[in-house]
Design a protein around this ligand. Structure first.
Ligand SMILES: Cc1cc2nc3c(=O)[nH]c(=O)nc-3n(C[C@H](O)[C@H](O)[C@H](O)COP(=O)(O)OP(=O)(O)OC[C@H]3O[C@@H](n4cnc5c(N)ncnc54)[C@H](O)[C@@H]3O)c2cc1C
Length: 615
């Protein structure tokens, strides 16, 4: 596990290699990659962690205050839809795409014969979120999502757009976007009213309607949903279209093409649409989110007519998991800032991280971040496995069904945890934390969008129900859980294993009883169910990781008991029944185990076994 980390050596969470300092993501990626993949990726992740901690973090702070501006008209009153970006934002894009954040998981990168699994993309997104939070993670995610959809459903007409989405040469790159939400329906996508009509003469489709929330508004690889004439109502009547920012008659307008214009492209170089305004948002100021009037806008059909919603669901799953990976990255940064400040700041004569309450805060934030990252990257591993099956033209099976369950659960829980941790990190910084000069301010503002876009918490909870009803996702879930629980037999973990096993049985009873309840009651319970699934699945996963570490079969060759402490605390906080809210238990875990959990001090497994025996 390496040496204990001395957070007091840093002044703030800047000019630090985020990969080197984050043992959690190191651990998870080592677990989910094959040895050969990890060997290829490790140096690149470390290089990227360095770039994010320096250049990208500096630029992100600047862009937060000097975000993109929209200039809808030329001085002669013609529509130009020109979004002006600060140079720093372009530089961050170049650093992200140039480091293969999207490309590596779609096309074989240098030094490999095949693409990396998508978990590599999620891992890079996690690191990027340390500095770029949700703002740039959003366009990057939509770029990966659009690439996934075009790769799977696109024909040769949209092939050049796919090539540009997965390019690692900045000159040739385009970004994705996703126009779903209309005034009358964000969650209720089936209420979309935008119309698509075929233009015989032009040989493409033309869209007419209004989109109400369009992030990365001028993305060249935007995917939109619209309804053709006589299409059925609701989601069944929606088709998917590629809507370029540039005039498609002129070909794909790449980042390089745009920069060559040295200002706004001339009006004839852009597509027939109207960017009404950019939203004045609480956070995510580095991504332009606006309102778009589609006015006979040229578009290409992607996939089959009226299959748009199903195809978009594939993109949405990727977006939701990207949201979760980004949420974990934000938690990682918030935690880093908190650990450093708590080690450096003195109050009442001592560093504040020596006080019992602060120790408990930092221990529990660390545990929740590690739990969220473990769950998210297990979901990412399954997502990647399913994608590999798809690329090999295998039919959907257990992997898909499990992915359908874990993805909404990951998004709903990590979004909430990220807000809690970012909010608490602000408080740990004290009054300064609330001030714009410190990154905690931006972390909280940006985290607040995580539960809203890509499906609110309620909508995700309903999606969990759908995965259970339509995909019988409880079946692969139960198989995985039973195998995992049966394999946890280390004496130091026995007590927690028994708690998780008992809760697992209660959870399966709850799932079965909801299946026989009326729809209203099932909906009423859906959010509690989603969080319950998260707690039980995560606890078993952490115990499995703990056992591997205790036996010296984890990422590090030396046996270590630290992960066991994390797993125990997670079970204690989220699954153990406690009298008097734990106050009478006499448990001093956060005080006694602070160094191990928060500063990664290695734990001799023998001491854990002794503690269990003594109990
Ligand atoms: C910064 C930002 C950027 C965005 N970018 C994009 C983008 O690029 N593309 C895009 O398409 N959209 C985008 N959105 C829109 C976003 O996806 C929607 O706002 C979101 O899905 C919610 O939809 P809505 O605003 O219509 O709210 P509504 O759907 O009206 O929801 C309002 C509330 O009702 C709840 N609710 C709705 N239905 C139910 C139900 N059946 N049961 C219980 N509760 C329910 C919701 O959970 C929510 O709390 C963005 C939003 C933001 C804030």
């Amino acid at each position: 596990m390496g040496e204990k980390i001395d957070y007091g050596q840093f002044d703030e969470g800047r000019y630090i290699n985020y990969w080197d300092v984050d043992r959690t993501i190191q651990r998870e990626l080592r677990r989910v990659y094959s040895d050969e993949e990890f060997e290829w990726a490790e140096r690149r992740l470390a290089d990227f962690g360095q770039v994010v901690g320096e250049r990208i973090a500096d630029n992100a702070d600047y862009v937060d205050k000097h975000g993109p501006e929209l200039h809808t008209y030329t001085k002669r009153g013609e529509i130009q839809n020109f979004v002006r970006y600060p140079r720093e934002l372009h530089e961050n894009e170049e650093l992200a795409y140039g480091n293969g954040v999207v490309a590596d998981s779609f096309e074989a990168p240098p030094g490999r014969d095949e693409p990396m699994p998508l978990s590599h993309y999620f891992g890079m997104g996690y690191l990027l979120a340390y500095a770029e939070t949700t703002g740039m993670v959003c366009p990057v995610a939509m770029t990966a999502g659009a690439a996934l959809v075009l790769e799977r459903f696109g024909d040769e007409t949209v092939e050049p757009y796919y090539e540009a989405l997965v390019s690692r040469e900045y000159e040739d790159v385009i970004e994705g976007a996703m126009f779903l939400t209309e005034k009358q329906g964000g969650s209720d996508v089936g209420a979309n009213e935008t119309i698509a009509e075929y233009d015989e003469e032009g040989g493409y489709w033309r869209l007419t309607g209004e989109k109400w929330f369009c992030s990365n508004i001028d993305g060249e690889g935007t995917l939109a949903l619209a309804r053709t004439e006589d299409a059925p109502e609701g989601t069944a009547g929606l088709s998917m279209f590629l809507v370029p920012h540039g005039n498609p008659d002129e070909g794909v307008m790449t980042k390089g093409d745009r920069q060559a214009f040295d200002g706004a492209p001339p009006p004839e170089a852009i597509n027939d649409q109207y960017y009404r305004r950019l939203k004045d948002k609480l956070g995510t100021t580095n991504v332009p989110t606006g309102e778009v009037e589609l006015d006979g806008t040229k578009a290409y059909l992607v996939g089959e007519l009226e299959e748009g919603f199903k195809q978009m669901a594939e993109m949405l799953n990727l977006e939701r998991l990207s949201n979760a990976a980004g949420a974990c990255g934000i938690m990682g940064r918030a935690l880093l800032e908190s650990k450093i400040h708590a080690a450096d700041r003195e109050a009442f004569g001592n560093p504040i991280d020596e006080y019992p309450l602060m120790r408990e805060d930092l221990v529990d934030m660390t545990v929740d971040h590690e739990a969220a990252t473990a769950f998210t990257f297990e979901a990412a591993r399954i997502f990647s496995e399913r994608e590999r099956e798809k690329r090999a033209s295998k039919p959907d099976g257990e992997t898909y069904r499990l992915m359908r369950l874990l993805t909404p659960v990951a998004k709903m829980r990590t979004a909430r945890d990220a807000i809690d941790i970012a909010s608490y990190a602000m408080e740990i910084r004290g009054g300064d934390g609330y001030v714009d000069d410190f990154v905690t301010n931006r972390l909280l503002r940006d985290a607040q969008v995580l539960p809203i876009w890509e499906g609110t918490e309620n909508i995700l909870a309903l999606d969990v129900l759908r995965a259970l009803e339509r995909e019988s996702a409880h079946e692969p879930f139960m198989t995985v859980m039973q195998e995992r629980l049966a394999a946890i037999d280390h004496p130091a973990l026995q007590e927690e294993q028994a708690i998780v096993e008992s809760e697992y049985h209660e959870l399966t009873t709850a799932m079965a009883s909801l299946a026989s309840e009326d729809g209203e009651y099932a909906q009423l319970s859906a959010k509690r169910l989603g969080h319950y699934i998260y707690d039980v699945f995560t606890a078993a996963l952490l115990l499995e990781e703990a056992q591997a570490d205790l036996e010296g079969n984890g990422p590090s060759p030396e046996a270590d008991g630290r992960t066991a402490l994390v797993a125990k605390r997670f079970v204690n906080n989220h699954l153990r029944e406690q009298d008097a809210r734990g106050i009478t238990s006499g448990d001093r875990f956060p005080i006694e185990r602070f160094e191990e959990v928060v500063h990664y001090k290695p734990v001799d497994p023998a001491t854990l076994a002794e503690a269990v025996e003594a109990n």
